[in-house]
Design a protein around this ligand. Structure first.
Ligand code: 8YV
Length: 321
């Protein structure tokens, strides 16, 4: 019987995922969850057959070009794939796969949670309560805003954008969206399409960013677009930090150009712009969009389904390259 392929897992994974990985492959795990720099990753890859990576590993054209010939596949434990140079992977004949679908619900839930928390000031009020500074219930204190009847603009109506729209409809919100192309009526489900994303900004009580990171979306929400948002608008981001010009967002918050922001992702993770921390009307989470046990297990199993297919000579279900 042929030896099981060698797979390098660059990060510590949920136990059920590591168990299956170790059962079916000769797995190099990372129990300390220490980060691999490019050179260390290249050394670890020597003689291995596949890499199981996260967005923390930057697989640039240079790194891909220097991967040992033994590496046939890279499975990324993420739907986002901006950390992997796909053209370079194709050129090198490297199979690359990701984990779509299984994290859609969890990420959309978190976007909805940020909308609600911005509207109802939940973090801010909890901080006050925990600090023992709750004076008493008062009719004019800590007033938020309703979400019912408000307008939600979604920039990027892919799987997660559509799942957020579905949730927001349950809160009686009117959905606007911009996408590269208009969706068919069944997927649009009554949402209002704006071919011009800038024009959508005028309508937003909440603007949710749900596009992938790319050269086209880099700093899409810049100072000009922030200025165009109504001053009652909240910005929600569960996609990728660089879609927002973070310095411009801080300036807009400081100047009261917008009402607040609910963020799960940042331009320079894990560093957070100090201006975001300083604002009272920011609700900041540490990139936990997909962080439920069910979702993280499903993401890991999807990576393994893809690797299983590669090593069985089948087409992997979630192939990017
Ligand atoms: C991942 C994500 O869990 O899938 C993605 O693209 O952003 C996350 O939800 C995270 O990147 C860890 O892999």
């Amino acid at each position: 019987m042929a030896e099981r392929p060698i797979v390098i897992a660059t990060r510590k994974l949920p136990p059920a995922v590591e168990d299956r990985l170790s059962r079916d492959y000769r797995a190099a795990l990372n129990p300390d969850d220490s980060l691999y720099e490019a050179e260390a990753l290249l050394r670890a890859a020597e003689g291995a057959d596949a890499l199981f990576v996260l967005p923390s590993e930057k697989l640039t054209a240079d790194v891909i070009g220097r991967l040992p010939a033994s590496i046939r596949a890279v499975a990324t434990f993420s739907v986002g794939h901006e950390h992997i140079d796909l053209p370079a992977a194709r050129k090198r004949g490297l199979v690359v796969t990701n984990t779509p679908d299984v994290l859609t619900a969890a990420t959309a839930d978190l976007a909805m949670l940020l909308i609600l928390t911005c509207a109802r000031r939940t973090f801010e009020t909890q901080d006050i309560l925990r600090a023992g500074k709750w004076p008493r219930m008062a009719p004019t204190w800590m007033l938020g805003t309703d979400v019912t009847g408000k307008h939600l603009g979604i920039f990027g109506m892919g799987r997660i954008g559509r799942a957020l729209a579905q949730r927001a409809r349950g809160f009686d919100m009117t959905i606007h969206y911009h996408n590269r192309s208009r969706l068919p009526a069944d997927l649009e489900a009554g949402a209002i399409y704006h071919a011009d994303a800038d024009e959508m900004l005028d309508h937003c009580d909440f603007l949710s960013l749900n596009s992938p990171a790319s050269t086209e979306t880099h700093h899409w929400l810049n100072a000009d677009r922030l200025a165009r948002l109504p001053d009652r608008a909240f910005v929600i981001n569960t996609s990728r930090g660089p879609v927002i010009d973070e310095a411009a967002l801080v300036a807009a918050l400081q100047e009261g150009q917008i009402a607040g922001a609910g963020l799960d992702v940042y331009e320079h993770e894990p560093q957070i712009h100090p201006g975001l921390i300083a604002q009272k009307n920011t609700y900041l989470l540490p990139h936990i969009g997909s962080a439920t046990i069910e979702t993280r297990n499903a993401m890991g199993f999807k990576c393994l389904d893809n690797l299983d297919a590669v090593f069985a000579g089948r087409e992997p279900p979630n192939r990017l390259a």
